[in-house]
Design a protein around this ligand. Sequence first.
Ligand SMILES: Nc1ncnc2c1ncn2[C@@H]1O[C@H](COP(=O)(O)OP(=O)(O)OP(=O)(O)O)[C@@H](O)[C@H]1O
Ligand SMILES: [Mg+2]
Length: 308
Amino acid sequence: MTREEMKTKKIGVLLGGLSAEREISLKTGNASLSALQQLGYDVVAIDVNKGLPQQLLQAGIEVAFIALHGRFGEDGRVQGLLEMMQIPYTGSGVMASSIAIDKVMTKQIFSYHQLPTPRFDFMRPGDSTKDLLLRCQDLPVVVKPSREGSTIGITIVKNQTELAAGIQRAADLDGTVLVEEYIDGIELTVSVLNGEAFPVIQIVPRSGFYDYQSKYTTGATKYLIPAPISPALYKLVQQAAVKACHVLGCRGAARVDFMCREDDFQCIEVNTIPGMTATSLLPQAAKVAGIDFPQLVEMILLDADIDK
Ligand SMILES: Nc1ncnc2c1ncn2[C@@H]1O[C@H](COP(=O)(O)OP(=O)(O)OP(=O)(O)O)[C@@H](O)[C@H]1O
Ligand SMILES: [Mg+2]
């Protein structure tokens, strides 16, 4: 949509929501909302609950800016509802969103397309935990609920006695549990907007683990932009990030996370609704690329569409 067309529309920023990442979504949503207000758009906040269809109808929303993280927002469900209501929305469509939220499915697609990803095992709902435990002998591993974000429910398991508890912790959040080879290396992230990679960020959490606290506490993590890595690796991860988004069919903004040992990079996941808080990665990368926060929010907004 052109800027002129968009200025005539009633825009709803969908925020809050029902997932474990509600608090982060409120921050992403409110930051995006004020940027759009400053730019002169007719925009309101919609705190998403079960009554979302009525909320959208009552407010007369014509375009949805989705600022939800985690389940029911980043996973294709809200996108499906908006498709049904024929309301254009920002970011990835139903299929890309529902695949990207599931780390196991994402890794299976990466493998198919020869995108390097750490070795892994998993259990789906109904599978035996005992069998998974028995298969995971090679430690350390990282145990993750397949469909969460913000490091919620993730455990780095260094010895066999911690494994069962780690699996249980993840299983409490999602019936699908991923057990992944631990990569002892540096962490990189590449944001992609409309098929183009932004500057690579190296993430250096002071605690050593990029957990919830390191992600959202100002000063808890150092961000090196552009990442001080070899030019070859820099280019490779940017290309891999674009490819990862392409093979999943992502649209709009996304962020691809990597763990790297020397020049060997491993792709760990794709976030289809990257955070837009004060400490978030996408806005920092955009800034280095010369795009300020309101401009970034507007670029995401103008790309709003329904599935083609
Ligand atoms: N295979 C791995 N080896 C080493 N560390 C890892 C591995 N996988 C994840 N981590 C660490 O755990 C963090 C969270 O992992 P991941 O990005 O998969 O989960 P997430 O909770 O979905 O994150 P996000 O907040 O980006 O959505 C990573 O940022 C990284 O620090
Ligand atoms: Mg991540």
